[in-house]
Write a protein that binds this ligand. Sequence first.
Ligand code: ZN
Length: 275
Amino acid sequence: MPELPEVETTLRGIRPHLAERRIARLIVRDARLRQPIPPETAERVAGQAIRSLSRRGKYLLIGLETGTLLLHLGMSGSVRVVASDRPPRKHDHLDLVLCDEQSLRFHDPRRFGLFLWTPDPPALAERRHPLLSALGPEPLSDAFDGAHLHRLGRQRRVAVKAFIMDAAVVVGVGNIYASESLFTAGIHPARPCHRISLDRYRRLAETIRDVLQDAITQGGTTLRDFVREDGNPGYFARSLRVYGRAGQPCVHCATPLRQLRIGQRSSVYCPRCQR
Ligand SMILES: [Zn+2]
């Protein structure tokens, strides 16, 4: 599943191709995404210039002269910039055709992605759109720190791993990054979130930032990955220390890593290093 670093890498990859370009038309080959693409979308976006490209959580926001396009990659989505006359492959559900013979092509085998136009400009959409308005702070912003986690954590009773994966608490911390961050911070994934000190939350917040920033930097060094067809974070896999390593020795203490399920998600941890 594309996670925040992949979405950020995607944003950086497509920005030079889309910024200040004009949209010629929208071609929808299959409107059945997580929410169906409304039929009037093509009419709304045709002829508009692209004024901004940004990200909020795992949503890409394409600011137009009027309104904003929201794009979410879902479970298996990816976008590529291709020559407009290149024949589509299976699961290439839509093309945003630009006036310079290039197209932003959206590919999504499982169709959990989203492509929606909203009349608000990006800054207003972030505050008002139902998909965006309840999102917690960006993990790489100043609004996210240990005090924020400690303050919200005191009011909840869930396992810390489920807590930090809740987009209302902080956006963009998926299973991989939650597992890796908790390992680095030495916190057991099942520890109740109200029973963690401010100091430990400070360490965790720093770790989350570092892990995500590292992944973005690695993605940035292989920018062509934004065209990856499977949407998988292949460039990050080489530095995983617990995710996907159940039964293998801990890199710190050699104790075999264990696995448990928290909120339907598999969680790998070191029983010795994480308390
Ligand atoms: Zn260990």
